[in-house]
Design a protein around this ligand. Structure first.
Ligand code: GDP
Length: 306
């Protein structure tokens, strides 16, 4: 059994390689839900959908989210009605959120919805939301706190970050199966995902860090930071806003209390390897840029062999 901690796009790309090497039945993916939001009366789970669509082979590869070839008629009509126009959701994507909202309204858990969607899209791995409770990531900017998606999409991640809070995290419990998956796995992989608003959110849940420290599993991360910058997205702003060095070392330090090993990019090997090893974390350097299926598979192989 392998458990994977995942955000959205970086995680989904990585998982595309991993499923070429590991049977889906042996994989549990725990996905961040701190980005979840209620819009248009619907419950939207961006990271769960990105991971599910990607593994089902229907994601819009160019964008990294949404469904390939989707149309935007529903959103355009909503725009005409003056509804929120900053969050893009295609027509088929709307269907997923309608189903999710309806099932939640009728008493299902987010775990049950996620299992149905992934099953109906042909997947055999277990995708678990990190929690069935509501946790929301808010980013502090000069005007106050805004929901992560508002910071990221509406405001295009332009504001300097002053802080981050995970609203309701103290009340939330990890979804059923999350702790057990960590404890009973041979390996836990921490995806090259945003260390603050994807992995950080999962780690902030009660019992998750403790389970990672306690488990006999080998815990291996892939750095999302290459040559002092994220490959994509605002991880640099979030890390530096919280006083964390924007480097593979900075990422390793965030996970050092439980991490056994980290894959860093070859370009960082000279500067970062010994610094990270001084934290007690083993380092393997290689190509971590997931450009095509071959590089994704090669990266996944490194995390299995470390
Ligand atoms: P989001 O929730 O959709 O932003 O996705 P994640 O949190 O899973 O991923 C965002 C992170 O993925 C960013 O910090 C990127 O640096 C990282 N990332 C994306 N593509 C790659 C890649 O090819 N290689 C590595 N090492 N990191 C990547």
């Amino acid at each position: 059994m392998i458990t994977v901690l995942a955000g959205g796009v970086g995680a989904a790309r990585f998982l595309t390689g991993l499923v070429q090497l590991v049977k889906q039945e042996d994989l549990t993916v725990v996905v961040n839900t701190g980005d979840d939001l209620d819009l248009f009366g619907l419950h939207i789970s961006p990271d769960i959908d990105i991971v599910t669509y990607t593994l089902a082979g229907i994601v819009n590869d160019e964008k990294g989210w949404g469904i390939r070839g989707d149309t935007f008629n529903c959103l355009n009509m909503l725009k005409l009605f003056g509804e929120a126009d900053w969050f893009n959701l295609g027509d088929q994507d709307f269907a997923t959120s309608i189903l999710r909202t309806n099932m939640l309204k009728n008493g299902a858990t987010l775990s049950q919805v996620t299992a149905k969607v992934s099953h109906d899209l042909g997947l055999r791995l277990k995708i678990l939301p990190m929690t069935d409770d509501k946790v929301a990531t808010y980013v502090q900017i000069s005007e106050g706190f805004v929901h992560f998606e508002e910071y990221m999409v509406k405001r295009a991640a332009k504001d300097p970050v002053l802080g981050v809070k995970y609203v309701n995290v103290d009340m939330a419990r990890p979804a059923k199966g999350v702790i057990n998956a960590i404890l009973s796995s041979e390996r836990v992989i921490i995806c090259p995902s945003n260390p603050i608003v994807s992995i950080g959110t999962i780690l902030s849940l009660k019992g998750v860090r403790e389970a990672l420290r306690k488990t006999c599993a080998k815990k291996v991360a892939v750095s999302p930071i290459v040559a002092g910058a994220p490959v994509k997205g605002p991880a640099d702003k979030l890390l530096s806003g919280l006083g964390v060095e924007v480097s593979a070392f900075g990422v390793a330090k965030l996970y050092a209390d439980f991490l056994d090993g980290i894959i860093i990019d070859s370009v960082d090997a000279v500067v970062e390897k010994s610094r990270i090893e001084a934290l007690g974390v083993k380092v393997v350097a290689g190509n971590t840029l997931m450009k095509d299926l071959a590089t994704k598979v090669a990266l996944a192989k490194m995390t299995l062999e470390l």
